[in-house]
Design a protein around this ligand. Structure first.
Ligand code: BTN
Length: 247
């Protein structure tokens, strides 16, 4: 019962393409995937550019609907990270970690990122575009100059890999876990997220707007809020443009 997979050679941004189609009123089947071999204007979080020339990265966007309304978006975004991590474990025997809210790391370096965009609400349902970018084979010299943090890619650890198979596995794992989330909510994913959390029980700092918050990271609660303990007091953080780093 899997939804269609559409493939483009090159495009500006697979997220942007699906967003535009939604805005034009097209009804996208739930789970429809658009992938591109390369993007000229790949979008990252915090308005950054996602580096995605030919072969370097897998640019994957999936259409979805949020039946429970916008308040479920936070949990959903964490579930997508859990799904990508599980796929990498089950299908590629890797041991990825998650950085809240949903960055995927391998041996302390960023392997993949997730950007979820929302296209309006009608009759209480939101249309979503779930964008996943996985580094496949980054060209060392050039990439090192364009990416602002240490990165990992799949080819370095796995050797050559079948991109079609990767796309199919990603679609099936994400759609499966999102359906599970729709039935059960975030609670069953709490432990699945926390046991992979990059900063579990470590000193972290978090920028919330202009404010710097420091404390010990206790992963997420049953709603998906990030829990940071500061002088014996637990503070909860959710959503938005927060950015977490190690002290
Ligand atoms: C991040 O900043 O970590 C999120 C990166 C998300 C990149 C993916 S690649 C496929 C999809 N299309 C985009 O333009 N962005 C996302």
């Amino acid at each position: 019962d899997s939804a269609p997979i559409e493939v483009l050679s090159i495009t500006d941004s697979t997220n942007l393409q699906l967003m535009q189609r939604l805005q034009q009123g097209e009804v996208l089947p739930k789970g429809l995937v658009l992938v591109a071999e390369a993007q000229t204007a790949g979008r990252g979080r915090h308005g950054r550019l996602w580096y995605s020339p030919f072969a370097a990265s897998l640019s994957f966007s999936m259409a979805w609907q949020l039946e429970q309304g916008i308040q479920a978006a936070m949990g959903l975004s964490l579930v997508v990270g859990v799904a990508v991590a599980e796929m990498l474990e089950a299908d590629y025997q890797l041991s990825p970690q998650l950085k809240w809210p949903n960055d995927i790391y391998l041996a302390g370096k960023k392997l993949a990122g997730i950007l979820i965009e929302l296209s309006g609400q009608s009759d209480g349902r939101c249309q979503l575009v779930i964008g996943i970018g996985i580094n496949v084979q980054l060209p060392a010299g050039q990439a090192a100059r364009q990416i602002d943090q240490p990165w990992a890619d799949l080819t370095s650890v796995l050797g050559t890999l079948d991109r079609n198979q990767l796309v199919a596995r990603l679609q099936s794992r994400c759609a499966g876990q999102l359906r599970r989330f729709e039935l059960l909510g975030f609670a069953p994913f709490q432990a699945e997220f926390n046991r992979r959390h990059l900063f579990a029980n470590q000193a972290v700092q978090l920028m919330q707007g202009q404010q710097l918050v420091r404390g010990i990271c206790h992963g997420v609660d049953a709603q998906g809020n990030l829990v940071i303990e500061n002088q014996g007091k637990k503070q909860l953080f959710h959503g938005g443009e927060l950015s977490l780093r190690a002290e």
